[in-house]
Design a protein around this ligand. Structure first.
Ligand SMILES: [Zn+2]
Length: 111
């Protein structure tokens, strides 16, 4: 026998929902797992993707978005251990660096 975490009634060990109050037995554990971090995860992900795209259009914009993405990505990795956003932002920054070098070489060959 275990007890409902919501109303304290005795409930069957295999029960998923309390028969007295109708509350799910796992109620307390469900409490929205770090929704805020999920938002941050997509933020650095988007910044990384934007960084990769802008790297080839405007290297400066690519640098800025990628660096912000890396900062958010590091925070996010510490909180959620997901490094997709961080990796994408690093790729964005690498693309920006390459783009800058290519741009500089192209400019120096023109002038
Ligand atoms: Zn209950």
């Amino acid at each position: 026998m275990k007890f409902c975490t919501h109303c304290g009634s005795e409930i069957n060990d295999n029960a998923v929902v309390c028969i007295k109050c109708g509350c799910a037995v796992e109620c307390k554990n469900v409490s929205s797992p770090s929704y805020h971090s999920e938002n941050k995860a997509s933020a650095s992900l988007i910044l990384g993707i934007v960084g990769i795209i802008f790297a080839w259009l405007f290297a400066l914009v690519g640098h800025i978005t990628s660096i912000i993405g890396i900062i958010l990505g590091i925070k996010e990795y510490k909180e959620t251990e997901k490094m997709t956003g961080l990796v994408l932002s690093i790729i964005g920054e690498v693309c920006s660096i390459f783009s800058s070098i290519i741009g500089a070489v192209a400019l120096s060959s023109v002038f």
